[in-house]
Write a protein that binds this ligand. Sequence first.
Ligand SMILES: *Cc1c(COP(=O)(O)O)cnc(C)c1O
Ligand SMILES: [Zn+2]
Length: 403
Amino acid sequence: MSKTGSFIKELYCPKCSRVYSKDEIQHLCECGSPLLVRYDLERAKKELNKNDLIKRSPSLWRYKELLPVEDDENIVSLGEGFTPIIQLNAAGKKLGLSNLYLKDEGIIPTGTFKARGAAVGVSKAKELGVKTITMPTNGNAGAAWSIYSAKAGIQAVIVMPEDAAKITRNECKAAGADLYLVKGLISDAGKIVGRSIQKNGWYDASTLKEPYRIEGKKTMGLEIAEQFNWNVPDVILYPTGGGVGIIGIYKALKELQKIGWIGEKLPKLVAVQAAGCSPIVKAFNEKKTESEFHKDSKTVAFGINVPKALGDFLVLDAIYKTGGTAVSVTDEEILSSVTELAKLDGVFACPEGASLYAAIRKLKNEGFVHADDKIVLLNTGAGIKYPDTITSKTPYVELNATL
Ligand SMILES: *Cc1c(COP(=O)(O)O)cnc(C)c1O
Ligand SMILES: [Zn+2]
């Protein structure tokens, strides 16, 4: 076996500071909080050099010292990560923003950034000897974990709302997962998964109930820093459901600060939610540190339909600590943003990602961002995964017609 050189040290609770071993399967802290991974960053500071990265493969595994997998042979990879950051010239011009960028996760395996969490989460589950994983999902996570589990030789048991995008069902089934549909929301699916874990002893891969998905999503933050040559942008907008991505990006930036690769300044982190499911926005507006369950939540951007996130306090902390904000946008605004982004800059974003375009327009009008701020929209997935959501009417022509 060859070692990855991971600097993983232990797991810790961000709420009560209890510490847990990295060598055994861990889920939540005794106090109910998600656990986070702690690395030996002092050692990393001494032994790691950012120039070492230059020779490495363009995948998220280029940051293996800051990832939890310890043996190379446990790495389950389909080539995920190091997605491009492109400038939105036309959209920027229209909004009066001269440095508007989009990081495009639409081209990653499985078509959404859930592949990052799945790659690292499944790899670590393999390292810990897990045979069966289970999770509730709004679709994209289930698809990604099914695909990576197949590659790892792990059985996946997936429970999703019947309203979740059909394409994600087919991905789960194609990859050999056991798939169950429920009438209800992801929170209802979660209750069923909770009971099945008690009964069957499966590995709970629910959002933030295992500590490693966050480490995969963290790599978006590492990449943004590296791709901007370690001069972090002024603002990062993120479509927030469970909030794993925003928690991960914040964690990545703090780790980079500790090893000295970036300076004091952090980007303002902005959580964007759909008006039909905006518990984080409500909590932010009320200056609270936790959110309340958003009743009867509903939005076309199903990846961010999470009425109450387990890590809500970590999301809000990341927003407050970076001087960020939280914004909601309507489904109408989201859908018109999908087509506007595609027309202006050739980016066919998923509804979740497109919500950021509607949000940045609001933030510009309110004066939260300025004309020359360096701004990154994190497009979390491909528009082509949403054939039922993003539709348009097109006239037919007869074969002998001229146009
Ligand atoms: C899951 C998902 C999100 C939300 O991700 P979190 O990190 O859990 O907030 C956003 N966009 C898409 C496409 C998703 O699938
Ligand atoms: Zn705790």
